[in-house]
Design a protein around this ligand. Structure first.
Ligand code: B4P
Length: 200
């Protein structure tokens, strides 16, 4: 099994690159942002609670997202591996993920961290907000709040994985394909197709 975390601030290209990585390597994509937006569109109690936090640029409580990831892992027993996108976003989530994976006798192989300037992040998110219908992308104050949450609560997650030598930082500015080629190279450095059971 090959499990990777795609890491980076809001707007760094996690969702964009995840689509390409799962298509190439056959990993199961687990995006907590997408899972939360599904709850919102289904108007579940969890979705209503999440929406009020997301609209302010704040993180959703750890136990909510950890519970969603736990269910998603259980629902995919035959997966070749998982791509975690937007998770873990706090140190508590990182510890919970390690425990969940250990129960399944597996672990994180690598964290690929996308590095993008704040100016570029704001520009991308406002542009997406013009067409996405995402209420957290249309207001610059909310975008700034998300970036502050990232620096305060999410950036320390990279320190957690650095202790285990699992972090590779990749420049997240340039064309989508050029960034994807660098990410693919890093993935292939760490996978032995036979052992990992994933297609090149
Ligand atoms: P997410 O859904 O994870 O959203 P995101 O971080 O804003 O987006 P992402 O990084 O995937 O977007 P991308 O760059 O691909 O989270 C939304 C909210 O959900 C959070 O604020 C939080 O409230 C909540 N949440 C989610 N997970 C949580 C957790 N674990 N714990 C607690 N709360 C959680 O795309 C951005 C734009 O850039 C796109 O328009 C794209 O086209 C463009 N783009 C991408 N690559 C580009 C490139 N190379 N050049 C130019 N533009 C590019």
């Amino acid at each position: 099994m090959f499990n990777l975390i795609l890491f980076g601030p809001p707007g760094s290209g996690k969702g964009t690159q995840s689509e390409k990585i799962i298509a190439k390597y056959g990993l199961k994509h687990l995006s907590t942002g997408d899972l939360l937006r599904t709850e919102i569109s289904n108007q579940t109690p969890l979705g209503l609670e999440a929406k009020s936090l997301m609209d302010k640029g704040q993180l959703v409580p750890d136990e909510v997202v950890t519970g969603m990831i736990s269910s998603a892992l259980d629902a995919n027993p035959g997966a070749k591996g998982f791509l975690f996108d937007g998770f873990p976003r706090t140190s508590a989530q990182a510890e919970a993920l390690d425990k969940l994976l250990a129960l399944k006798k597996t672990s994180i192989a690598v964290m690929l961290a996308l590095d993008v300037s704040q100016e570029e992040l704001v520009k991308r998110l406002l542009k997406r907000g013009e067409t996405s219908g995402r209420s957290d992308d249309t207001n610059e104050n909310v975008i700034t709040a998300r970036i502050i949450e990232y620096h305060n609560k999410t950036a320390p997650v990279a320190e957690y994985y650095k202790k285990y030598n699992k972090v590779v930082t990749v420049k997240g500015e340039g064309t989508v394909n050029d960034i994807f080629n660098v990410l693919s190279h890093e993935i292939e450095q760490r996978t032995q197709p036979k052992e990992a059971g994933i297609e090149k």
